[in-house]
Design a protein around this ligand. Structure first.
Ligand code: NAD
Length: 414
């Protein structure tokens, strides 16, 4: 592979039959191509995922617009709908724990005495890591202690707990874990098998809740369904995700539609956030829904809590200009505030999906957005997309009909 991005691009273009439109879509601007080349290996361009903004969220009394990078239609519309529904009654109340992450060192051949010695070697580890964690200490974070566990294989796991403040902490913790190896081998008497952070982030959680007068649900309900019945059905629908794993996976996918699109818009580590969320959903041994709902005293209450290792500093987050733009839209929050916003967004997404599912179904809304794509495929551009999509949504037409309809639109006097 050639060393510079422009040569790689030339080679790629001549080796594969990539159309002009397809090629240009990956090309972006020369400075962004150069940046991509700095960020990852073998870069050939950038993928322009759509970015939308779900405005009108009230999170802890403050209005916030949430950037979302996602290819799926309906998701941003659903978030905006739920934001407005909940916003009229105070919006989302959120919370976040301290941003504590664990660097893990796994040791083999540690005796019971070695395990006891490891459990009391925190001062030594702290001293070893003073340099690498100094910048976090200056910001109020840093070393918070160690935890020792023996695994079924007899390998001993040492968790080095670090408050990473506004960073995700992966690089920082991986460095810390590797630097702590000699001290831990000396204390435990065994040999290190591996050293890396844990993405589980169980100590770094954020949550959100809302309380909504049941009557507020009297929007878009099917004829004959009361708001109280809609609320009952939301609770019952959410409970399915507590008793049936196959339902829970889809329930949580909907929550992650929001959280992952915010993670991508801010160039946070989507894989880490998703892995942690799903592990948390299965923490009791069975995979379950991440949110719970109740109806009490005429109000529907929804709540969610999960690990959310969102960063606002370090990694790609404060490095790439697109991520910095997203942070600016969010009002430049710190990492805990961003995690709280993510929790609110996940819960909003979940509420919108549940309300649609237990009332008119989600297809009605989806098809409206699908119609715009159908119109585009049929060749509509500009204003034609809206006009054709409206007509397509009103009838059940296939692609062939779409082209004929487009022709008719074009023939209409303007
Ligand atoms: P990083 O290496 O950029 O370190 C964070 C930097 O931010 C430090 O230099 C710190 O001094 C600085 N900083 C500035 N303001 C800060 C503040 N207010 N709070 C905290 N730090 C502040 O990034 P990182 O967070 O250590 O690692 C994240 C990156 O590591 C991501 O790109 C991630 O994808 C990648 N990564 C992940 C894994 C994994 O998840 N398993 C493994 C390896 C690498």
């Amino acid at each position: 592979m050639p060393r510079d991005i422009e040569s790689r691009r030339r080679d790629l273009q001549s080796a594969f039959s990539i159309g002009t439109e397809e090629w240009e879509s990956l090309s972006v601007t020369a400075p962004l191509r150069e940046l991509a080349d700095v960020m990852v290996e073998s870069a050939v361009g950038c993928l322009p995922v759509p970015l939308g903004v779900a405005d009108g969220f009230i999170v802890d009394g403050q209005e916030v617009s949430i950037p979302m990078a996602i290819e799926e239609p309906s998701v941003i519309a659903a978030a905006r709908f739920a934001a407005r529904l909940v916003g009229r009654d105070g919006g989302f109340t959120t919370w976040a724990t301290e941003p504590l992450m664990a660097a893990q060192v796994f040791l083999e051949g540690v005796s019971a005495q070695g395990e006891t010695r490891l459990a009391s070697c925190a001062p030594r580890v702290r001293e070893t890591l003073a340099g690498p964690l100094a910048s976090l200490e200056r910001r109020g974070g840093g070393f918070r202690g160690i935890r020792v566990a023996r695994l079924p294989s007899s390998t001993v796991r040492v968790d080095i707990l670090v408050d990473v403040r506004d960073a995700m902490g992966a690089n920082r913790l991986n460095t810390a874990a590797e630097l702590a190896r000699p001290a831990l081998e000396e204390a435990g008497g065994g040999r290190v098998l591996m050293a890396i952070l844990s993405n589980a982030a169980e100590e770094r959680r954020a949550g959100a809740r809302f309380v909504l007068p049941v009557d507020r649900l009297a929007v878009r309900l099917p004829e004959g369904m009361s708001a109280a019945e809609a609320a009952r059905r939301i609770v019952a629908g959410a409970e399915l995700a507590q008793e049936d794993t196959s339902r829970a996976v889809t329930h949580n996918k909907g929550i992650m539609n929001g959280i992952s699109s915010l993670a991508l818009a801010t160039l946070n580590d989507t894989r880490a956030i998703e892995a942690a969320a799903h592990a948390w959903a299965a923490r009791g041994g069975t995979y379950r829904g991440l949110s719970r709902y109740t109806v009490e005293g005429g109000a529907l209450r929804g709540e969610i809590e999960l690990p959310l290792a969102f960063a606002t500093a370090g990694g790609s987050v404060d490095f790439h200009p697109a991520a910095r733009a997203s942070l600016a839209i969010l009002g430049n929050p710190d990492a805990r505030r961003l995690a709280r916003i993510a929790a609110a967004l996940g819960l909003a997404q979940n509420l919108a999906a549940l309300l649609a599912l237990v009332t008119s179904g989600i297809q009605q809304g989806h098809m409206r957005y699908h119609a715009a794509r159908q119109a585009w495929r049929a060749g509509a551009r500009g204003e034609e997309v809206r006009l054709l999509a409206r007509e397509l949504a009103a009838r059940t037409a296939g692609p062939a009909d779409a082209e004929a309809l487009l022709q008719k639109i074009r023939e209409r006097p303007r």
